[in-house]
Design a protein. Structure first.
Length: 394
């Protein structure tokens, strides 16, 4: 037999009237809250009915009256849960709130507040996981807690890193709901397995030169420029002639690509400033600028297409011809920052030329090279190394 209980909307405890108490005077005996909701088990599912047919929050009296009606309808096999869904309840169902959140993210992407790649990830998570979850869909967002989130997390396939990304995105959804006061507090979150960071490497200047010699000459300049300027590969592809200051031999790095879309900001960028580049980097700019060709707005163009490079293309070129095991980001920006650190460049100058506003941002890019690490270990303490045999003689 299906059963239901009347529960406090605030503390979620079962509410029981005192003997002889009038139903319209009943409040929660635990916290004194006047609003209630009906919690009902029906055909293996749990239903929550929070409002009457006029979309007003239930009192104990209205909830008791409705529960009697529901019990009678169940007995007569006339009960339809959908008839109890108010407009507000439907609006707060997870899938409807999720659609509203996605619309917000799409507007943010149009306003260039989030990257197209970020929106693309959210769309994938929404289409394949969030909107299809039996643990989330159909529930009032206020009733989703640790149990439902844990069941959802356990059902998600893929690598540790991918599953964490899906849960991080879902956490952003609930953070938005909290900010909009659709939920009273963040639900308790499952313990998420943390992915193990992959080993990263950096190249020395000599190793970079050796690898550049392996790259086809027609595609070499853009990769070498990224190495010289410490750029992310997509930033090199997005560099435009209007961002070059010949008088200062300086560059304004303010564009990148995300999901193939040109974007007017780079990763974690908070401000724009002109940055001088090395002599070699300037030589590469001058060789590729072609200032009299308005049809080519980018500094570096792919000779095969006559248009600006696609960053995925230069990733493929690097992967095909390089032999170090370093990916293109490691061979360019990661190696650039590592070289600055190992040369003893002051932190503030390293932050400036690498366009970081926090020295902690440098750490993920610094990967000590083998030779420098070995040299540090051999020089530790700046003391003479005495063999064990000599020590025993003394």
């Amino acid at each position: 037999m299906d059963r239901g209980t009347i529960t406090c909307a605030a503390c979620r405890q079962k509410v029981l009237p005192k003997p002889g108490q009038k139903l319209d005077a009943v409040v929660c005996q635990h916290c004194g809250h006047p609003h209630m909701y009906i919690r009902l088990k029906y055909r293996g599912s749990r239903l929550y009915i929070r409002a009457d047919k006029h979309d007003r929050p239930h009192t104990y009296a209205s909830a008791a009256e409705e529960l009697i009606t529901i019990s009678r309808q169940i007995s007569d096999r006339l009960f339809d849960p959908k008839e109890r869904e108010s407009g507000a309840v439907k609006r707060r169902q997870f899938e409807n709130m999720l659609d509203a959140w996605m619309e917000r993210k799409e507007k943010e992407e149009e306003a260039d507040k989030i990257a197209p790649s970020t929106l693309g990830n959210y769309r994938t998570y929404h289409r394949l996981y969030w909107s299809l979850s039996e643990h989330l869909v159909g529930r009032d967002v206020r009733d989703i807690g640790l149990e439902q989130l844990q069941d959802f997390y356990d059902s998600v396939p893929g690598s540790v890193h991918y599953r964490k990304n899906i849960m991080d995105g879902l956490h952003a959804v609930f953070g938005w709901l909290l900010k909009k006061a659709e939920i009273g507090k963040m639900p308790e979150w499952p313990e998420i397995e943390q992915p193990m960071g992959s080993a990263r490497i950096a190249l020395t200047i000599e190793e970079q030169a050796a690898e550049l010699a392996r790259i086809p000459e027609e595609h070499r300049d853009i990769i070498e420029f990224a190495m010289e300027a410490g750029l992310r590969p997509a930033e090199s592809c997005a560099l435009m002639k209007m961002d070059i200051n010949p008088a200062r031999r300086a560059v304004l790095f303010r564009r990148t690509y995300s999901e193939g879309k040109l974007r007017r900001r780079t990763k974690n960028q908070r401000r724009e400033y002109w940055l001088v580049v090395s002599d070699r980097a300037w030589e590469l700019i001058e060789r590729n600028m072609r200032p009299g060709d308005p049809e080519r707005p980018f500094v570096f163009t792919n000779p095969a297409t006559g248009r600006g490079y696609k960053y995925k293309f230069i990733y493929r070129v690097w992967k095909q011809y390089s032999a170090t095991g370093a990916d293109l980001s490691e061979a360019t920006r990661h190696s650039f920052i590592t070289q600055l650190v190992e040369d003893g460049t002051p932190k503030d100058q390293t932050m400036y030329v690498s366009r970081h506003v926090d020295e902690r941002s440098i750490r993920p890019y610094y990967h000590p090279t083998d030779d420098r690490t070995r040299d540090v270990l051999n020089r530790r303490g700046s003391r003479k190394v005495i063999s064990i045999g000599e020590h025993k003689k003394s």
